[in-house]
Design a protein around this ligand. Structure first.
Ligand SMILES: C[S@@+](CC[C@H](N)C(=O)[O-])C[C@H]1O[C@@H](n2cnc3c(N)ncnc32)[C@H](O)[C@@H]1O
Length: 78
């Protein structure tokens, strides 16, 4: 897992958010089963963490590149 509050350490997308930041926000602001909306998906870190912590999620992005990266990342998530 990435360290610190800067961007992700191993990026697939130039503005990829650190998973620890999203994890902290998600755990503070939602409960399992809640629906999380991320209107700027990017490489999908919010959806990735929501999936990991039992939240439902929906996400939007204007960039096809971002959505392709997010789809691949989420489909490969454990
Ligand atoms: C910093 S990334 C988002 C990171 C993401 N929220 C996360 O959880 O890691 C910003 C994204 O916002 C997208 N974006 C910019 N303007 C947008 C808009 N008007 N509607 C939807 N997405 C937009 C960009 O394509 C980019 O992928």
């Amino acid at each position: 897992m990435d360290r610190g509050i800067t961007g992700a350490q191993y990026k697939v997308y130039v503005v990829q958010t650190n998973v620890r930041v999203l994890q902290a926000c998600l755990l503070m602001a939602s409960d399992p089963g809640d629906l999380v909306l991320d209107p700027t998906c990017g490489s999908g870190t919010t959806a990735y963490m929501a999936e990991q912590w039992g939240r439902r999620w929906t996400t939007i992005d204007t960039s096809r590149v971002a959505l392709a990266l997010a789809r691949a990342r989420i489909m490969g998530a454990r």
